[in-house]
Design a protein around this ligand. Structure first.
Ligand SMILES: Cc1ncc(COP(=O)(O)O)c(C=O)c1O
Length: 397
């Protein structure tokens, strides 16, 4: 599809990824080719653009409600793509996953309670926990033979602490790209039930799966697990509409549901936005074709990356992703200092990548790159990475 080959001019918008101030803040250099942050450098689906234009052209934007059609499209998408039947009463809305997380932490836990995360992991988890004066408790993933696994024995030792109240799962896992299997999820979920710990399953990347990988619906595993788990979903990553801000919170527990409703009503964070509603409904109604093209582009880009790294930069190990459009790279043979690595890659290669240590100290010596960009951009970025690594290695010889 043509628009997956076309570079888009995001530097002419206030895109955070391209913003001079942000690049200077994080990399000490600007005008970098950005392979950092978690949005795509592709046009979103033409249907979304067309429907937004159509709605804007009406020229009136009074209060509106979320429609049945939106709910229907959301439910149908998850049934068709993931065989996930979502009863309407489970569905609650949030302006974003980053908003839903602290709301859920507030209603599920008290000050000083322990919340378990599995680093290296999306940095907002720890931030939200700390912001609300709860304790971050780490159950680090184990990295063995190029693959990440959960450490279930260590997890159980944390769950036995009566102060542990919630486990936050990232599935598919950002940044390591694992899609947790049915067996892994069942074990985790059973342990959490045994120790009376709730699960928040952040599945914002759930539609971005590599070939032959399927995603288990944790809430389908059993009725008990469903009632103990809150699932977070959103169209942002799937259709590259993250700036449109809308997420769904699935709750199958009347007490939690009541608390969630009362919290969001109290602070009016249940309000909706006309254009977000249009993008949401259109994405889940007409987005199948666009996503299927994107998936092919992702597979191709990953192969380009893998071939390049294996041939040109064999000192880098790739952690093969099962989901997400981010790739986690092990550069520990070059340096174990991620901040040094990202600044040197910026300095010598004019390239912006995420530091592994942003996702927890377990990520030291790793970087994360975003491969949701046109092929030509990825190839340019890889040449830049090669230049930077060659210089870094020459300096340290
Ligand atoms: C695992 C994970 N959760 C949540 C988010 C953010 O979602 P939202 O934009 O809905 O706040 C991201 C964005 O990168 C993410 O990777």
């Amino acid at each position: 599809m043509l628009y997956f080959n076309r570079s888009i001019k995001r530097d002419q918008t206030p895109s955070i990824k391209y913003q001079t101030e942000k690049q200077l803040e994080f990399f000490n250099k600007d005008k970098l080719l950005p392979l950092w942050l978690n949005d795509m450098d592709f046009m979103t689906s033409p249907e979304i653009v067309a429907n937004l234009k159509k709605r804007v052209s009406k020229g009136h934007f009074g209060y509106e409600h979320r429609t049945k059609k939106m709910l229907h499209a959301f439910k149908k998408w998850h049934l068709d793509k993931h065989n996930f039947h979502i009863p309407e009463e489970y569905i609650h809305f949030s302006p974003s996953i980053s908003t839903a997380l602290p709301v859920l932490i507030e209603i599920l836990t008290d000050k000083d309670d322990y919340i378990i995360i599995q680093p290296p992991v999306y940095q907002m988890f720890a931030k939200s926990i700390k912001n609300l004066n709860r304790q971050v408790t780490e159950n680090p993933l184990r990295y063995e033979s190029g693959r990440y696994e959960m450490d279930l024995n260590h997890l159980e030792s944390l769950l036995t602490n009566p102060k542990s109240k919630v486990l936050i799962l990232s599935n598919p896992h950002n940044p390591v790209g694992r899609v947790w299997t049915d067996i892994e999820l069942r074990k985790v979920a059973d342990l959490c039930i045994k120790h009376n710990v709730k699960i928040i399953s952040d599945e914002v990347h759930r539609d971005i799966l590599y070939k032959d990988i399927s995603m288990t619906n944790i809430m389908d595993l059993s009725d008990k697990i469903s009632r103990n788990t809150i699932t977070l979903l959103a169209p942002g990553k799937t259709f590259n509409i993250s700036g449109q801000s809308m997420a769904v919170v699935l709750i199958n527990n009347s007490l939690i549901s009541k608390k969630y409703k009362s919290f969001v009503d109290k602070y009016h964070i249940n309000n909706n936005n006309i254009l977000n509603n249009i993008a949401f409904e259109t994405a889940y109604t007409h987005g199948y074709n666009w996503l299927s093209h994107f998936s092919k582009v992702l597979e191709t880009n990953y192969m380009i990356l893998e071939n390049f790294i294996n041939k040109e930069l064999p000192e880098i190990n790739i952690i093969k992703p099962e989901g997400t459009f981010m790739v986690w790279l092990d550069l520990r043979e070059i340096s174990t200092d991620s901040n040094y690595l990202i600044e040197a890659i910026a300095k010598y290669g004019d390239l912006a990548v995420d530091a592994g240590s942003w996702f927890g100290h377990q990520g030291a010596g790793f970087i994360r790159i975003n491969i949701a960009c046109p092929k030509i951009v990825l190839m340019t970025a890889l040449s830049k990475l090669k230049i930077a690594i060659t210089i870094i290695q020459a300096i340290h010889q």
